[in-house]
Design a protein around this ligand. Structure first.
Ligand SMILES: NC(=O)c1ccc[n+]([C@@H]2O[C@H](COP(=O)([O-])OP(=O)(O)OC[C@H]3O[C@@H](n4cnc5c(N)ncnc54)[C@H](OP(=O)(O)O)[C@@H]3O)[C@@H](O)[C@H]2O)c1
Length: 253
């Protein structure tokens, strides 16, 4: 899909990766970008980049009314970027309860699914278009100190495959992006190395242009995804040893 003259919508646009999506989309010559955040006040800096092209939208992906209102306003979207996400850094057993796990599932899985459902008919009217789901390498292997986040991303990876199959007939490209650790607030507690958020946006949008379904931005993601194919149990055992503050130097798997 060509980005030139596309109409994009970015969820979590005020976040670390979200802002870089907006920059890249502007450089790519899109016609319009709906930038979405839970609080419209957090979008002023982005709108100032190009007030003609950038439209702020208040959106909480966990609220069905909010999702429906966004879909009712943004009826010309041809590129949906499901970037909003949350990580509360809890294990499954060590967490005081399952509240964090439920909150992560609500945003990372149900919120993303809800956006795909709301915008599928809109993309269909644009001839198919594309959905970019920002998933995570941690959906492929669990980092136990953030175990419930990994579980929510695993659910989102599976959901992405379903959406891809279900929307194939309407010619919608569905891209799954699985970065390793990205240098944003969300990953403050996670081990190095960290890929730059600009690289995640670049790789994801290149995949849209090149019709590539699965993307692993950065060296760490490419390396670990290859190791997962070669020795999934070895990678699982290696990741199980990690604690906040440690450096992920290589899995030897
Ligand atoms: N950083 C990493 O290492 C990493 C690695 C792999 C994948 N990812 C994924 O990349 C995506 C972007 O994360 P980031 O690293 O850029 O983190 P970030 O800076 O914390 O951005 C997360 C964004 O999601 C928004 N958000 C959270 N809950 C929301 C909700 N209910 N409705 C709408 N928006 C909501 C946040 O808005 P508020 O400002 O309102 O909270 C924020 O704009 C996430 O899906 C994340 O899981 C990140």
């Amino acid at each position: 899909m060509e980005l030139n003259n596309a109409v994009a919508l970015v969820t979590g646009a005020n976040g670390g990766i979200g802002g870089h999506f907006v920059d890249r989309l502007l450089q790519s010559g899109v016609a319009k970008i709906y930038v979405c955040a839970r609080s419209i006040n957090k979008l002023q800096n982005l709108v100032a980049l190009d007030p003609q092209k950038i439209i702020p939208i208040e959106l909480d992906v966990t609220n069905p009314q909010s999702v429906a209102a966004a879909a009712a306003k943004c009826t010309d979207v041809s590129l949906l970027i499901n970037n909003a996400g949350t990580s509360l850094n809890h294990g499954i057993i060590s967490a005081p309860d399952l509240d964090a796990a439920k909150a992560e599932m609500d945003v990372n899985y149900f919120g993303m699914a809800s956006m795909c459902r709301a915008f599928a008919p809109i993309l269909n009217r644009q001839g198919g278009g594309a959905i970019v789901n920002i998933l995570s390498l941690l959906g492929k292997v669990n980092l136990p100190f953030s175990g419930s986040y990994s579980a929510s991303k695993a659910a989102a990876i599976s959901m992405t495959q379903s959406v891809r199959a279900e929307l194939a007939a309407q010619n919608t490209l569905v891209v799954g992006v699985m970065p390793g650790t990205v240098d944003t607030d969300l990953a403050k507690a996670w081990p190095d190395p960290k890929v730059a958020p600009a690289e995640v946006a670049r790789a994801a949008l290149q995949a849209v242009v090149e019709q590539q379904e699965d993307v692993y931005p950065g060296e760490q993601a490419a390396q670990v995804s290859a190791q997962l194919l070669a020795d999934p149990k070895g990678v699982e055992k290696y990741m199980a040893t990690f604690l906040p503050g440690m450096e992920l130097a290589g899995t030897n798997a």
